[in-house]
Design a protein around this ligand. Sequence first.
Ligand code: GLU
Length: 425
Amino acid sequence: MSVMVPSKTPARITPGRQALDSALHQLGQAAEHLGLDDGLRTMLATPRRSLTVSVPVRREDGRMDVVQGFRVQHNVSRGPAKGGIRFHPGTDIHEVTALAMWMTWKCALVGIPYGGAKGGVAVDPAALTTRELERLTRRYVNEILPMIGPEKDIPAPDVGTDEQTMAWIMDTYSVNAGYAVPGVVTGKPMQLGGSLGRAGATSRGVQIAALSALGHAPEGVTVAVQGFGKVGALAAQYLADAGCKVVAVSDVTGAVYAPGGLDVAALRAHVADTGRVLGYRDADALGHDELFELDVDILVPAALEGVITEANAPRVRARLVVEGANGPTTPEADEILAANGTVVVPDILANAGGVIVSYLEWVQNMQACSWSEGEVGRRLRDLMESAYGEVKSTAAERGLTLRQAAHVIGVSRVAEAHQMRGLYP
Ligand code: GLU
C-alpha cells in the first residue's frame, strides 16, 4: 500500500496555468478600464461550461491507453461557442480554458456572431498511427458529443489537428445524427463542405495584420518566424510573397538563418520531405532561442503560448511582434516590449483570420452554398482590416497598447451582450 506524503515543494505551475493567468490578467485590465462590476467580471473570468473526459484508446498492439480530453465553452452570449481542438501532450484544463477565453474576445473583436470555446486532448499525435489517431478522435468526440453541434459549439483545427481530424469529427457527429451535418466543424476538406481559403486563412490574416501595422511598403522588411507549422509556414510564404525578406524560421528541432533571405517555397519543400527545417542547405543553423533576439523588423511567434517572457523580452530587437500563436507573450514580457517601443499586434487580432474563415465556412454550410476563393478572401480582408482599424484608433484615443485596446473592444462587446440579454431568471 502506498502512502501519500505531502510534498514540501509547492505544486509546479504548468504552462497551462500560466496561460490562464495571462488571460485573466488581460481580462482584469480590460474590466478595470471599462469599469465592469464584480459580478460581470466574475462571470467573464469563469467558463460557462467545462468538461473533462477520459478517452480510452485501443493501441495497435491491443493495449488500451487512457488519455485526458477537454472541451471548454467560455462564453455563449453572442452566439454558438467556437474554437479549435488541440492534440498536444502538454495540454490541460487551464490551457484549454485560457484558449477558450481568448476565442470569446477574438470573435467579438472581429464582429462574428460566436462565443468562445476550445478543446484539447493530452496526447502526442506524432506518436500514434493514423488508425489510433482516428479511434482516439472518434472516441473523444463521442465523449463531448452532447456539447457540440452547428448551433451550439463548432470545433476547428488547432495545434496537432488538421482537416483529416475534422473529417472524422464531422463523420462521427453525422453518424450519430443519422444525416450529414457539415456545419458541426470547420476546417473540413473541400469535399465535405470545407471552404476555399480556409487552409491558409490564419496565415493570410497574419500577413494582413503585419502589413497594416507596418504602415509602409514591405519591400526589404526583415522577418523571423518562430514555428514553421500550419500557421507559421504559410505566414512566412505570404509575407515573402508581399516583398518581405524572411531571414529566419524555427521549428521544434531548431532554427535556420539566412541574412540575405530564405527561399520560403524551397524551405517548405525541404520540410515536406524531411519533416524539419534543420538541414536546409541554403541557410545556417541557429539555436531555437536565438531567433527571438535577431535584429529583424517583424517577429512572428507562430507556435505555442508563453515563449516571449521576461527572460528574453529585453533582448527582442524586432520593432513589430505579430502573434500568429495564441498567448505567445506573457504579461511581464508585454510590459518590457512596450517600454522598449516594440509594437505587439496581439493574438486575438493577428491570428483571427482562421476563425473568420471558419465563420465563412459555417455560413456556407448553413446555407448549403459555396463561395469563390476571391469572395472568401475579400470578406476576410474586410473583417481583418476593419478590426485592425478599430483596435488602432481605440489604442490611440485611450492611450492603450494594441493588446489592451483589442481586449477592451472584445470584452466590452461581450459585456454589452450580457447586459442587454439580462439575467435569467
Ligand atoms: N484554432 C484557431 C484559433 O485559435 C481557429 C479556431 C476556429 O476556426 O474556430 O483561432
